[in-house]
Structure formats: structure tokens, C-alpha cells
Design a protein around this ligand. Sequence first.
Ligand code: SAH
Ligand code: SF4
Length: 352
Amino acid sequence: MTASPAPPVPKAATACSEAEMVEIFAKLREPAFRVTQLREFLYRKGVAGYDGVTNLSKTLRKQLAERMPLYELDAAGRQEGDDAAKWLWKARDGALIESVQIRVPGRLTSCLSSQVGCAMGCVFCATGLGGFERNLAAHEIVEQYLQMWGHSGEHSSHVVFMGMGEPLHNYDEVMQAIRTLNAPPPKGCGIGARRITISTVGIVPGILKLAGEQLQLELAVSLHAPDEETRARLIPASRRYPIREVMPAVREFCRKARRMVTFEYVLLAGINDSVAQARELAGLLQDLPCKANLIPFNPVAETPYERPSREAQDAFKAVLDAAQIPTTIRFSKGKSVAAACGQLRRERAPSA
Ligand code: SAH
Ligand code: SF4
């Protein structure tokens, strides 16, 4: 006798379309407006599971949990720091995903992952070191936001795609997730587009496509070097998209989207932190509506890189200040919880 195949695991509510949800509710002899009630609650309140969806009866919640679980990601770990909480999620296929809630006075930001691993291979990045596993589906991205809210009880007003992965390398799913994050309830979380930041390593076709979207998203471009040679050394994938192609694409984004861009620059001692390199960077950014965000390197085991001294960081910033480029040095948010993206996952899955 052959064993009968295991029944398929039902889709989670976050993965279902409205029509699919209506069908499931209809089978339970429940009217379509209950779907709206569920979605309103999910997107307005942030819940950790069906127990929290208190506007539906207990019986219905129990029936739903069997036919349509609320979420697909399981909470697999959490680290608390003073200014950040880092979460580890396990997807249905066992993939591990990280997200972080970052606190600055008056603001809580959800930092989301867009992929499991990353194909860009940046030599200083914990995620890059592990290689690429797969893209995240839109609902796995939205779930990170909803579940951090549900589990912590704290609502993030802002979203940044600065977790694991390159968001523009998973363009369609990321955009679908952004539409859900942006849409007002009951269709989504109602986060204003200006409160959503995509951080990209500089995928030129993605930047150009983004420029054409009717969305006022924030764009951050990880530059990390003012010259092609240093950049290619730090970001192997950037050989396909050299600075001479990235800058015109960014210019086009600023023009079409009428937005200012942020350039991110990880400061690595002795590699890209000299005053001469700061001058070259200032020249590159001179006539663009932009800001610079300097990120002192967060040490990653297995890499030879070091964070520059405070003096070197300040000297670099002073050059940009003198060129009147608004510049901030990012305090290492969540340093206490191993903030550099991909680190928590690597601790858990050393083979990743
Ligand atoms: N893939 C996208 C978004 C995720 S990384 C990108 O690269 O832009 C978000 C930011 O964190 C990037 O600017 C990245 O260069 C930076 N980063 C990665 N590892 C880091 C580390 N160890 N220390 C400091 N910043 C790091
Ligand atoms: Fe990927 Fe960004 Fe890490 Fe580079 S820094 S490997 S693009 S996640």
C-alpha cells in the first residue's frame, strides 16, 4: 500500500487575494463583509495571530486557523538591544529571514528583507558572504512588518528595505509588497510612500523603472566608493552597473520622481575613507539633489575590514559638509544586536 500524499498546507491569509478569502469564508457560510473585518483588523491593529483578531468570533477564528493560517513565517528568534530589536523568521521552506525594528526618538522604523541571501556579493556584508538562496514573495515581505508589529505591540511609522537582499533584484514582489504597505486599510497598512525607502546597490534598470512608478518612494543608493575600481572591489556585481551608468540613472530618478536621493557609503578603514576619496565623492554628488549617509562599518566575522576611527569619519564628513552636501554619520543602530544585515541568520545557520 502506498502512503497517501500529505494534504497541501493551506495558503496564509497574507498570501490570499481578496477573492480567495471570500471563497474560503463562503465555504464557512460567512458573508464577504467578514473578510473586510479581518483585513481591517490585520492592517490597522497588527496582531501576532488569530487570537488577536477579536472582531471575529472564537469559533470562526478556529475554523480559519485550519483553512487559512494568518501568517506563513514562524518567529524563530529575537534579540533586543537598546535601540533595536532584531527578529529571525523561518519560512515554510525552512529559509531564515531577518528583520529589525529600529528606534530613534519619535520614530520606529521596520527594516525589512527582500531576499533570502543576496547575489551581489558585497565583500563586507554578512548577507553577501552567504550567497543567494531565493527571492521573497510579496506576502513574506509584508508579514515581516505585520508580525514585528503584532509581536512587539509597537507600530512602525516607516519602512526601509535595508535588511537582507537587493530589493531591485526582486522588483515585482517588492513593488507588490510596497503597494500593500502603502494602500489604506482594509487593503493595506496605509504607510505613506514617502515613509518607505528602497535601498539599492545600484541596479540601473531597476532605478529607471522605479523612476516611472507613480509612487513618491524614497530612494537610497549604496555607492561606497567614488571610483569604479574601488567600487568594483567592494561590490563585485557593480561591474555590470558602473558608476558612470548609475549616476545618470539616479539623475533620471530625481528628475522624473521629483525626489531627493540618499547616497549610502559604508566607511571601511584604509579602503574608502581617505580625504582624497571624500573630495572625489563630493565632486560626483555636487550637482545632484541628494544627501549622503555615512555608515561606519559594522564588523562582520570572516571579513578583514575595520571601522575607521572617529577622527577619520569626521574628516570625511567635513569634506562633504564643505561641499554643502547634507551629510549624516549613521550611528550604528542596533549594534548591540549585531545589526549588520544577515548576521543573526549566519549565527543560526553557519552554512548559509
Ligand atoms: N542590498 C541593498 C539593501 C540592503 S543593505 C543595498 O546594498 O543597498 C543596506 C545597507 O547596509 C547598504 O548600504 C549596505 O551597504 C549596508 N551594509 C551592509 N553590511 C554592512 C556592514 N557590515 N556595516 C555597515 N553597513 C553595512
Ligand atoms: Fe546584497 Fe546589499 Fe549586502 Fe550588497 S550590501 S550583499 S547588495 S544586501
